[in-house]
Design a protein around this ligand. Structure first.
Ligand SMILES: *Cc1c(COP(=O)(O)O)cnc(C)c1O
Length: 516
């Protein structure tokens, strides 16, 4: 392959040292982007399926071969490696070695196939590299993030004039922020001081109530915040993993009776495994009655706000003190596109910081806005940009159609499962995911054997490069809880393709059953 650098040499510069910005940046990027695009097509064709066939060590060996072959290519004294050639090789390697959510057979996780328009928008952000920690690093992107946050707040039922928020790395960071603001507000009142670890240790025991199916990042956030991982009390759930409101009420009462402080109730709007939505209105009323903060983790289910059909599931979400939304799930954005919102901007106070080199008071008085105090991060990508472009390209209606298409697909997949004698559906899909398992034919298997069968049929599908299917466990103890999961996030997949995927699951199940 002819070295692209030669065709692009300008003055004494070499393409490997060209920059992406300025008037000349676009010309430097053009052949490189063209090289990436053709390598992506080649790599996807090479892969052929939803993921590369083989064991982890096979994939790792292929990656090591490519990575180590280029060692020293651009080293001191040596000739710089041709950047177009390296880029092409690595992009082909990445594409051939990816689990591609745009393939109908890749349907395990909340791992969406990004919209091309969002990826192209993100290229502009990468090229210009605005950083949202000060206005003078991101003049337009600062204004755009503020406008987008207002619009998303309105969509969630908040008053955009009073709400505030920020783009985050995702639900994990958003949940941490929600619990941090909850801790600061509630324990600040209890101890009379703010964020005093001694106050936390010496005062009444702080508690966070979240369903047994809440995301694991809730426990981790409690640990990070010094409340202790075991500060989180799991609230029992029903069969579809929805929080039981009676149990929440009882646990809040028992907290009070023991002299503990319920700092926050975390309601999940769209559990990761089943898409179940906790009773948001009841959670809001109970949290308010006990002086607790309500954080709603809508990392997955927030996408329902885009759909007229599904939005009623989130009824009451506007009563949350804070919210997590992930546009890199039901929003078709490349990661990261997390959003954190608070209903009342004053509740953000404990995060505010003055850094003299980023947001000096006199700059703010002179009308230069700062987003610094809205985030736990300092340097921060302009992730709002791709969301803004997508929202204006498709509109809420267009995005809602994509959400509805995935919901329809999940329902069609669930019917296929119900109609198949070797498959067992756990529960009807709420959003775009459902749990099921392979139960085999003939004599019934023991629960532990079924767990083994389902776990191993999934690894077989991975090894053969045939399908990426999720695997999880129902809450509780003992064998028989392993379930497979389909998370349908590709709106272009057809019901026939989902049926084919389920038939591949059955074929892998039969093959594993033969080994028993
Ligand atoms: C995905 C998910 C998270 C974590 O979000 P990240 O974007 O991966 O950090 C949190 N909560 C729920 C319910 C999720 O589905």
């Amino acid at each position: 392959m002819a070295c692209l650098a030669r065709t692009l040499r300008r003055g004494s510069g070499d393409l490997s040292e060209e920059l992406s910005g300025g008037v000349g940046g676009a010309a430097a990027l053009e052949p490189l982007v063209a090289a990436v695009l053709s390598a992506l097509a080649d790599g996807a064709a090479l892969r052929g399926g939803p993921l590369p066939a083989g064991l982890p060590q096979d994939i790792a060996a292929a990656v090591a071969e490519e990575f180590l072959a280029g060692e020293g290519g651009g080293g001191a004294g040596g000739a710089a490696a041709c950047p177009g050639a390296v880029l092409s090789r690595f992009a082909r390697l990445l594409a051939a070695g990816s689990a591609d959510p745009a393939h109908p057979g890749c349907a395990a996780h909340l791992h969406c196939p990004p919209l091309a328009v969002a990826v192209a928008a993100d290229l502009a952000v990468s090229a210009l590299n605005p950083s949202q920690d000060s206005w003078d690093q991101a003049p337009a992107a600062t204004a755009l993030e503020t406008l987008l946050i207002g619009e998303l707040a309105g969509m969630a039922g908040y008053d955009p004039g009073r709400a505030a928020g920020v783009l985050t790395s995702g639900g994990t960071e958003s949940n941490l922020m929600g619990l941090m603001l909850a801790r600061d507000r509630v324990l600040g009142a209890v101890t009379g001081r703010r964020v005093e670890m001694s106050g936390v240790a010496g005062g009444p025991r702080p508690r966070v109530l979240a369903s047994a199916a809440a995301h694991f990042s809730v426990q981790r956030a409690a640990a990070v915040l010094g409340l202790g991982e075991d500060a989180v009390i799991p609230v029992p759930v029903d069969r579809n993993l929805r929080m039981r409101e009676g149990e929440l009420a009882a646990l809040l009462d028992s907290c009070r009776r023991r002299g503990q402080v319920p700092v926050a109730v975390v309601a999940t709007a769209g559990t990761t495994d089943t898409g179940a939505v906790d009773p948001l209105r009841a959670c809001a009323e109970l949290a308010a009655a006990h002086g607790a903060w309500l954080h709603v983790d809508a990392a997955y289910g927030g996408g329902a706000l885009l759909s007229d059909r599904l939005a009623p599931l989130l009824d009451g979400i506007g009563a949350a003190d804070s919210l997590s939304l992930d546009w890199h799930k039901l929003g078709w954005q490349p990661a990261a596109a997390g959003v954190f919102l608070v209903r009342e901007s004053e509740t953000y106070a404990s995060l505010a910081r003055r850094a003299v080199y980023l947001n000096p008071a006199d700059d703010e008085e002179a009308g230069y806005p700062s987003l610094l105090g809205l985030s736990l991060r300092t340097t921060r990508r302009a992730d709002a940009f791709k969301i803004a472009v997508t929202l204006r390209t498709l509109g809420r209606e267009g995005l809602g159609r994509l959400v509805d298409a995935c919901h329809d697909l999940a329902r069609a997949g669930a019917r296929t499962v119900q109609e198949h004698p070797r498959l067992e559906l756990h529960a009807e899909p709420v959003l775009t995911a459902f749990l099921f398992r392979y139960v085999g034919g003939g004599a019934a298997h023991e629960p532990a054997a079924l767990d083994h069968l389902n776990a191993s049929l999934r690894r077989r599908l991975l090894r053969e490069g045939r399908a990426v299917v999720g695997r999880t466990e129902l809450p509780g103890e003992g064998p028989g809880r392993v379930r497979l999961k389909l998370t349908l996030l590709n709106p272009h997949t057809t019901p026939a393709e989902v049926a084919r995927l389920l038939h591949a699951v059955v074929a892998a199940g039969r093959a594993e059953e033969d080994l028993l």
